[in-house]
Design a protein around this ligand. Sequence first.
Ligand code: ZN
Length: 158
Amino acid sequence: MFRIGHGYDVHRLVENRKLILGGVEIPHDKGLLGHSDADVVVHAIMDSMLGALALGDIGHLFPDTDEKFKGADSMKLLHKVCQIIAEKGYKVGNIDATIIAQSPKLAPYIFTMRENIAKVCNCDISQISVKATTEEKLGFTGEKLGISAHAVVLLIKR
Ligand code: ZN
């Protein structure tokens, strides 16, 4: 009836890259490095959904050795994961995601991230939670070397 999943992801912050989180391009002096657009929160969400059904992870599904996924829009990859979940007979009950970033301030973008994710997952925005926090200048996120994200999902049998 129910399946629960957890996802975690990290990307390094570098110059000359766009910062894209939850499908929103956020003005910042650095962006996340990755084979795709490096949307770390969407990656954590996809891993939580795949994890809930024990289907492996996005590295397995969308290998970074495949040119097809170079610069890929992670929202499109999320759409693909939602299709896989649906094929297995499940839908999203709710998602709770946390982005860990020292900067920039993400509060102004949270609502649009939730809207974007809800749209792709065919959910109401009330089913999608995105939160942002810092690690009080500690560790790699605190030193602005990277951004990480956690996600938990509950899938419901259709
Ligand atoms: Zn990633």
